[in-house]
Write a protein that binds this ligand. Sequence first.
Ligand code: ADP
Ligand code: MG
Length: 482
Amino acid sequence: MQWETVIGLEIHVQLATKSKIFSGSSTAFGAEPNTQASAVDLALPGTLPVPNEQAFRYAILFGLAIDAEINKRSVFERKNYFYPDLPKGYQTTQLDKPIVGPGHVEVDLPDGSSKTVRIHHAHLEEDAGKSLHEDFHGMSGIDLNRAGTPLIEIVTEPDMRSSEEAVAFAKKLHSIVTSLGICDGDMSQGSMRFDVNISVRPVGQEEYGTRTETKNLNSFRFMERAIKLEVERQIDVIEDGGRIVQETRLYDGDKDLSRSMRSKEEANDYRYFPCPDLLPVVFEDDYIEALKEQMPELPDARKARFVAQYSLSDYDASILSADAATAQYFETVAEHAGDAKLSANWVMGELSGRLNSEDILIQNCPVSAKALGQLVLRVKDGTISSSGAKKVFGILWQGEQNDVDQIIDQEGLKQVSDTGALEAMVDEVLAGMPDQIAQYKAADEKKRKKLMGGFMGPLMKASKGQGNPKLFNEILQRKLNG
Ligand code: ADP
Ligand code: MG
């Protein structure tokens, strides 16, 4: 039997506002527990929520970016449930009247094709606090700093058909929200969290199978693994004569295992009702039009611009334009280096490699874009070799020095490009290698290319690694072939 996978996502995106959605407390990450939870966040008696306009602006910008209908009148509801990290006893969210209506996102797939993923809606809501289970020896700690942080929850239609499509969509969404500047995109800090709904059905069957939901995936890699595992599990269950129960599952990335958390039968009845403390929120057309004017460049437009402006390949342009911070970094490097292609190679090569291996975001890169641009310029104008440049890059990476020319001087990395000096070195080295010269002269074209390398080694050594290899090569060719 051939199976088809069906996937729909629900994504929580933390909005990058300075303060919370209904109070003035800071949303900054990493503060001492419970130092950023005000009386409003705790719903102490007598307090009232005050909506943060910035959260609404961000939600509307998102809606505009995915070509969605903006609901000019949206309504907040209370979703009632008990949990220690929710002292209010309810989450303020939207249900029937979300701020963002149906829209769509275009996704480029790894095989070069593209597809449209429909967005069912996106609504505004507040985040809950966090339960901390480590360090408390049999008890749990509660940190309410996150309580009241604004989120948009984005719900897709079940339009994806494989883990690859789901991950490509997730990356595109990440790219859109970071380009809009409405989310910092830091998934390791929970700024974007994915719930993945998965079902399988026999190929050709129209009706969807029963789905499970795997909650709270916070990296693209975990998402891909969790989907693959769940699809295999569902197919095994069905092929063994069982049936899928609708349930919520948890995926443990460290163990690469998933387990059932609760079944639909035990699902909560949240008793939603319109929040009596908050009036319906109404926006005028003018307000939305003004936001349209402020829309920053979106990933698709930026990619097209990179191809046109910098003559980059489609592939390079899509990598460099996907994330707003990377795009900006690249453009600054290219501006200082005056060579887009070489800049692209450095950003996608040496720099990305180092950022990945040390798990650092480009926003926190110890090498400034300006310094890297200077470095690329010095490679381009022949001042240093590419191996010398790697050495300079390593020093820049340590973060103590940022003057590229000074580092080149101090490390003695300047290439010798004085042809007179280089020619003297070639003469001296060749004088000591008569046998090799004879061998070279007797060889055919193909073999000569190989033998050439035998001269370069001693030459680089004679120049203490500082001879310009391109010039050495030219002089050698002339002397040996002439
Ligand atoms: P509920 O009302 O139970 O929350 P929804 O219809 O709102 O369910 O769907 C929630 C999410 O699950 C959406 O992202 C949707 O695309 C996805 N989904 C719904 N049905 C399926 C299915 N059979 N297989 C995979 N995903 C599904
Ligand atoms: Mg739903």
